[in-house]
Design a binder for this molecule. Sequence first.
Ligand code: AHZ
Length: 257
Amino acid sequence: MTRRYFADLDSYAESDIVIVGAGSCGLSCAYTLGRLRPDLKIAIVEAGVAPGGGAWLGGQLFSAMIMRKPADVFLSDLGVPFEDEGDYVVVKHAALFTSTVLSKVLQLPNVKLFNATTVEDLITRKMDNGDVRIAGVVTNWTLVSMHHDDQSCMDPNTINAPVIISTTGHDGPFGAFSVKRLVSMKQLEQLGGMRGLDMQLAEDAIVKGTREIVPGLIVGGMELSEVDGANRMGPTFGAMALSGVKAAEEALRVYEL
Ligand code: AHZ
């Protein structure tokens, strides 16, 4: 186990793409990218021990998962059964979605999930025009990250990659990590701040808004609502899957991978 883990850490220290956060958006992104491009080395860094983020349960602690169309296309591709309710579809238990996308992602030979690992910082490089680009992530085991206040200088690790896709969810104890860091490193003036729940507006805003925010960093899922001041959508997950697909497509397009 030790040899394999450290061989992976060594191999993925230089990755093609790093996805930060293994919630519904990050996992959908990894599934899309990993299958489209088996030649790319993709690292997923997830702070939690259990990958899946907020998607293990449907909204409000109920079990079913609602996905508005056209996310049904993604479910069909994934092989997750659903009931068709017209404008939206229902997966009978959210854990069916999360466990299926996880099992598919984890079987991809070019994807490595580093769970219980937190992204603590972003690596920056100065470009020829003087602007900054994001060129990697600084990581630490989550238990170590949680003790920076009472143990000094526990050195972190790094993963270099030309493309970082951040999907760390909306602000909270862990969330919106990369975009908050962009503000404190003066690469973004300020965050828009996630707005109240509006299902109609929220999903379109997140999918359409999924994009490169600063050179080297694409943001998707609910983390984006903190940048754009978009509404939250509450217990629907279609936009998370489709934002993940869009983040994957953006990565391949912007970086001509
Ligand atoms: O543990 C976090 C979660 O699994 C992980 N994460 C956060 N900060 C991290 C860091 N390093 C590594 N610094 C980190 N991992 O990111 C994952 C985010 O998953 P999520 O399910 O919260 O985000 P998502 O955007 O994929 O899906 C959000 C779904 C919605 S919508 C909504 C609402 O409208 O109220 N609420 C949720 C949870």
